[in-house]
Design a protein around this ligand. Structure first.
Ligand SMILES: NC(=O)c1ccc[n+]([C@@H]2O[C@H](COP(=O)([O-])OP(=O)(O)OC[C@H]3O[C@@H](n4cnc5c(N)ncnc54)[C@H](O)[C@@H]3O)[C@@H](O)[C@H]2O)c1
Length: 393
């Protein structure tokens, strides 16, 4: 193979965007070869727009021989069954976030791709942002010392009620299996876990504060890493003007990223050594360990484009170059968000890894008790399909 022929499944908001950019940035390494949407008008419109083969049934696309790889961009509950079907047809798969609504189906999708020897990549494009790569490097290289506090505020995901009303599946238990944590939050949860690691325990609050939806629009969580290291996550679709702030405090330095600016405050002496070794008495003397602050500006180099992830996917298939995110990476952010659902809706601390049957039982209960019927039964249909696929083996 010298060029990866890509098919896109689900030509909605993001599938359309992927198609446009694959065509616009087509390179010697990949091209758009087919599209698929169960909605007849969307399938036909995409065929006309991109002059490629069009399907309404994903299975027919997978078996067409027209593609080497597919991008799955349907509502989340369909992700795992479609990844499994594509893998069984021998196709490499990029799954848009989240890999599934709960960890059980996500693990089944990963296992199937491993068994079939096909690539499974995650669409977690925020990892390509230079500011986040810089933070990742500063933490991973030990430059800021041992981390003891991480905080992430992502209230930059504002959505109107009209957004939730724009699709039957949006904002429902039945259609997507959660709110801000499962739809908008995965990018930030992924950055949080990528940089700080998975916590061992979470405690927190979920609320539907401002929207008329079945699911949460606001999440407030404390993460316990053990040994005194803690994390805090705040995510909402109900705040304006909203902000993105990521803070990491370590023994040698503190990082504060706000929007596209990163401030780094480097201590003159390591915090632990200074605390234990200094003879300064806080009550009546100035502490002689001021930080030296520098600022880095990333506003002309924002990155975070989906096409960068697709390009890396094609290069990985062709030449084994690194992916931006693997299926396992996608599973980690999902493990955290599932733990947050259990903790928030059951009002108890939750230890990771979670019990995957417990989260499925919780979502089933929330669907039963809070569903308005808007979600069109996607969860039951996709779950039935997944069970059938797993039984077939
Ligand atoms: N990476 C990102 O930045 C990003 C951005 C937006 C959405 N997403 C993810 O992409 C997915 C889709 O979101 P959206 O906003 O584009 O939704 P959407 O409702 O606009 O589009 C989904 C499309 O999938 C089609 N579809 C549904 N089930 C199907 C099936 N079984 N087979 C074929 N087609 C099917 C629908 O007809 C629709 O056209 C979600 O999982 C979402 O989380 C990712």
């Amino acid at each position: 193979m010298d060029k990866v022929r890509i098919g896109v499944v689900g030509i909605g908001v993001i599938g359309e965007f992927h198609c446009k950019h694959i065509v616009k940035d087509a390179s010697p390494e990949f091209r758009l070869s087919a599209v698929c949407d169960r909605n007849k008008d969307k399938a036909q419109a995409a065929k006309a727009a991109y002059s490629v083969a069009s399907f309404r049934d994903p299975q027919k696309l997978f078996e067409s021989g027209l593609v080497d790889a597919v991008i799955i961009a349907t509502p989340h509950y369909w992700h795992a069954p479609l990844v499994i079907r594509a893998a069984r047809a021998g196709l490499h798969v990029m799954c848009d976030k989240p890999l599934a609504s709960t960890v059980g189906p996500a693990k089944a999708a990963i296992e199937e791709c491993r068994k079939r020897g096909v690539v499974l990549a995650g669409m977690l494009q925020h990892r390509t942002r230079p500011i986040m790569q810089r933070i990742k490097h500063l933490v991973a290289s030990g430059e800021i010392g041992e981390v003891f506090r991480v905080s992430m505020i992502c209230s930059n995901w504002f959505r109107t009620q009209a957004y939730y009303d724009s699709g039957a599946w949006r904002g429902t238990w039945d259609g997507e299996g959660g709110g801000v944590l499962i739809n908008q939050g995965p990018h930030h949860l992924d950055l949080f876990v990528w940089i700080a690691g998975l916590p061992r325990r979470v405690i927190g609050l979920l609320d539907t504060r401002i929207h008329n939806i079945e699911v949460e629009d606001t999440a407030n969580f404390l993460c316990d890493y053990g040994g005194g290291k803690v994390g805090y996550i705040y995510a909402t679709t109900g705040e304006l003007p909203g902000m993105e702030q990521f803070m990491v405090c370590g023994d040698k330095a503190t990082l504060i990223a706000e929007g596209h600016k990163l401030r780094i405050g480097r201590l003159q002496h390591g915090l632990r050594d200074f605390t234990m070794g200094s003879i300064t008495k806080l009550a009546d003397e100035k502490v002689k360990n001021d930080a030296v602050w520098t600022e880095e500006d990333f506003s002309t180099n924002k990155g975070g484009q989906h096409i960068e992830v697709i390009r890396a996917f094609a290069r990985h298939i062709l030449r084994g170059e690194p992916l931006v995110a693997t299926g396992e990476d996608s599973l980690e952010e999902l493990e955290l968000s599932n733990a947050m659902y259990l903790a928030g809706y059951k009002d108890k601390p939750v230890t990771l890894p979670i019990d995957e049957r417990e989260i499925d039982r919780l979502i089933a209960k929330l669907q039963k008790t809070r569903s308005t019927g808007k979600g069109e039964g996607i969860r039951s249909k996709a779950t039935r399909d997944l069970r059938k696929l797993l039984a077939e083996g």
